[in-house]
Ligand binder design. Structure first.
Ligand code: NAG
Ligand code: NAG
Ligand code: NAG
Length: 405
């Protein structure tokens, strides 16, 4: 009898102890389940002028921070969730590259993006029956630009333009995320910007190098007048550039990846838009991100415990950074650094080639899977139309493109 009590006690102890382990680990293993078998994606085959030709014209688009549209497409082509039979698909993906025409500074030129998009939707809706069946409600698109599908890097212009009406029912996968913003549609999936994993790998310094820089920032500070970054980067730089706790530079020097690995806090203030690819670099290099972008929706915010690994500072408090950061207790700094070092965190924000379980590709699929099953009401009755093909948006968006047949 006693031995049974002992065994029971032992079992309880194991359960409680392992339960505690689970609660203490902030890893994403519990959530980053394998999406295979939970969804099927049909990838439309489009003429290369909608995708591949952009890469041939300018291979820089493969490694820019906007390259997600290309890499998600490539990933899906070889992913086990891909189905060649559209009749059994849960989701439809249209591989149209709207952000891969770059200027001499490797920034996207977007003049034609809405028309390329419109042209692609016109093509899939005439060639296949699936778009019209739901008018896009089971279709997803990747729009990696500053303000997503608003296709402008200036906020005012982006808001004026809005999301193209043809995307009213589709799911948007984008880097831009901000609460209550015209360019952020309900149900959108916020994903990390693209940072080539090999670039990070090639700049690693010896582990456990002392973090001798307290606060680090390197990047554009001024751009066509003070309203870039709502003036935040400029005022931070002006206030703290002589402060020995701060290492601020407007040069994207070749050593800034090394510097991030030697820094405790790394600033991540808004630029034109709230997001920045430096957030990904900071996470990868274990430098605690200090996010200064009001209302930002961070990538995979259900899965990545951003509060545990970063610090969030209101834009209006940017000039109080020194007081805010020097008052973070050392224990908390250590805790955040330990959490950042959890490999599942770094994996979730990167797009490695080949893909691996728990990476950003898998989190996108998990997000899509969690939206299933689709509500039956998304399927329109025969002849029913909701979208207005000639509605709103700038008129020039409606002009046909020379790539239209
Ligand atoms: C889908 O609807 C559009 C516009 O109403 C129409 O032009 C097109 O032919 C339809 N597609 C198919 C495959 O029937
Ligand atoms: C920073 O140092 C420079 C040169 O030493 C000086 O001219 C400038 O006024 C200082 N700025 C601030 C904000 O203290
Ligand atoms: C579509 O939108 C245009 C522009 O707003 C409007 O003139 C037209 O009447 C609308 N068509 C339908 C069928 O609602």
């Amino acid at each position: 009898m006693k031995i049974w009590i002992l065994i029971l006690a032992l079992i309880f102890w194991i359960i409680i102890f392992s339960g505690k382990e689970i609660f203490e680990s902030i890893g994403l293993d519990e959530i980053s389940y394998d999406p295979t078998g939970r969804l099927k994606v049909f990838v439309y085959e489009l003429p290369s002028k909608y995708n591949e030709e952009f890469i041939q014209r300018d291979p820089r688009c493969l490694t820019s921070k906007f390259a997600v549209e290309i890499h998600v497409h490539r990933f899906l082509l070889t992913s086990p969730v891909r189905t060649l039979n559209p009749e059994e698909a849960d989701w439809f993906f249209t591989p149209v590259y709207t952000t891969s025409t770059l200027n001499d500074k490797a920034l996207p030129l977007l003049f034609e993006s809405p028309r390329i998009l419109r042209s692609a939707i016109k093509l899939i809706s005439s060639k296949w029956p699936y778009w019209n069946r739901t008018e896009g409600a089971d279709h997803f698109f990747v729009f990696p630009h500053d303000f997503g599908a608003c296709f402008n890097h200036m906020e005012e212009q982006a808001i004026k333009r809005g999301i193209p009406p043809l995307l009213q029912r589709a799911t948007l996968v984008q880097i831009f995320g901000e609460k209550n913003h015209v360019c952020f549609k309900d149900g959108s999936i916020v994903i990390p910007a693209y940072v080539p994993p090999q670039n990070l790998q090639s700049h690693l310094i010896p582990p456990r190098t002392r973090r001798s820089i307290f606060v680090h920032f390197s990047g554009t500070i001024y751009w066509e007048g003070g309203f870039y970054s709502r003036g935040i980067r400029a005022s931070i730089s002006e206030k703290f550039k002589n402060n020995s706790l701060f290492h601020i530079s407007d040069q994207h020097s070749t050593t800034f990846y090394e510097e991030m690995q030697r820094a405790t806090f790394c600033l991540c203030p808004r630029g034109w838009s709230p997001w920045s690819s430096r957030l990904i670099e900071q996470v990868a290099f274990g430098c605690i991100p200090v996010v200064i972008a009001d209302g930002i929706v961070l990538p995979f915010d259900d899965e990545v415990p951003w509060e545990e690994i970063s610090v969030s500072v209101a834009e209006e408090d940017a000039l109080k950074l020194e007081a805010i950061l020097t008052s973070v207790p050392v224990d908390e700094i250590r805790r955040k650094q330990r959490s950042l070092a959890d490999p599942s965190i770094g994996r979730a924000v990167l797009y490695p080639e080949p893909s691996e379980p728990g990476d950003a590709f898998h989190h996108i699929l998990n997000r899509l899977a969690r939206k299933l099953p689709h509500d039956k009401s998304i399927f329109l009755r025969p002849g029913e139309k909701i979208l207005n093909w000639t509605a709103a948006g700038p008129v020039e968006d409606l002009e046909p493109l020379d790539i239209d047949d």
